[in-house]
Structures are given as C-alpha cells and as structure tokens.
Design a protein around this ligand. Structure first.
Ligand code: S3P
Length: 177
C-alpha cells in the first residue's frame, strides 16, 4: 500500500494463522500489554449466535459458519484500538482478506504442521480436525499458507517459542510500523 502523508494505519494488531498457532493466548497477552481490548472472531460468532462454533458446524454446516464468521470479523474490526485474533479459515474469503489487509498491522503466527498437531491434540471443539487432526492440519495448511503470506506485514515463527516470546515479537512488529 502506498503510504501518503494523509494515510494512517489503524491502531489494531491482527493475528492470523492456523488453528493451534497460539492466536488466542498470544492475542490476550498482547492486548494486556497494550491496554487494548481483545477480540476474537470465533468468540464474536459465538456471542452473536448463542452457539458454539462446533454446534454451528454440526447443525448448519461450514458455509453457514463462514457467513457468520464474515459478519463477526467485520464487527470485530470496527473496534479501535484492538487486538484481534482472526480464526484460521477466515482468510479463505476474499472480502475478509480485503478487510484484514486494511484493518491494521497483520502478524502471521507461523508454525510447522507438527507443532500445530501437537498443540491441538485430538482436535476437540474444532470440527474440521475431526478424525485425523494431523492430516487435516497438513491439508488446510497447504491451502492457506500462501494466503497468510500475502496478508502478513510480519511473520513470527512460533515453533519453540513460548506465548510471552511470541507476544513480544508481535508487539515489536506493531511498534516497528
Ligand atoms: C477454523 C478455525 C477455528 C474455528 C473453526 C474453523 C479453520 O478457529 O473458526 O473451527 O477453518 O481454521 P481458530 O483458528 O481460532 O482455532
């Protein structure tokens, strides 16, 4: 984006990346450090619908969830300043990507699939990981990796880092811009 003098980057830190990358834990830590509100697109979906993500998938399927997710993301991105964790699959929708790109500083919490698999365990509460979580993560990661890369203003390789270290790196990316 061309940064003319009149342009101001919104005061938001957006965390993107796969399930298990640590977006929620790191997002809460970063928000705490900044004294900014913390929002999470999954929590917004659950608050708006009164149902869990797993319930929406089970009762109405993924496309209904994606529609609710797009609305929830738009609502989360109306708050400023804010730290926003963007659920892993939201980047699949081009309109969401446009919103994300314009909303602030985007940090990709990048992880090896083995790290993700270790962290999500049996995938409980994550319908797309039912059955074989490691295989599902590998398949989803292959599709999404280029989308995360396209959106990221900064990348933090989270493998081997604890949440405090990741939060520190994400905040450094925010301050560096
Ligand atoms: C999904 C990620 C989940 C949740 C849903 C689908 C995905 O959020 O929205 O289970 O498609 O990657 P987190 O990334 O916060 O786990």
């Amino acid at each position: 984006m061309s940064g003319g003098p009149a342009e101001r980057r919104p005061a938001r830190l957006l965390l993107i990346g796969m399930m298990g990358a640590g977006k929620t834990t790191v997002g809460r830590l970063a928000a705490d450090r900044l004294g900014w509100p913390y929002l999470d697109s999954d929590l917004e979906v659950e608050a708006a619908t009164g149902r869990t993500v797993a319930e929406i998938f089970a009762e109405e399927g993924e496309s209904a969830f994606r529609a609710a997710e797009a609305e929830a993301l738009a609502s989360a991105l109306s708050v400023e300043p804010a730290v926003v964790s963007v659920a892993g699959g939201a980047v699949l929708e081009p309109a969401n990507r446009t919103r994300i790109a314009q909303a602030g500083t985007v940090v990709w919490l990048r992880a090896e699939v083995a790290t993700l698999a270790c962290r999500v365990g049996d995938g409980a509460g994550r319908p797309l990981l039912a059955g074989d979580p490691a295989a599902a993560l590998a398949r989803l990661d292959a599709v999404r990796r280029p989308l995360y890369a396209e959106l990221a203003d900064a990348v933090v390789d989270v493998d081997g880092l604890d949440p405090e270290q990741v939060a520190k790196a994400a905040l450094a990316a925010l301050e560096g811009r």
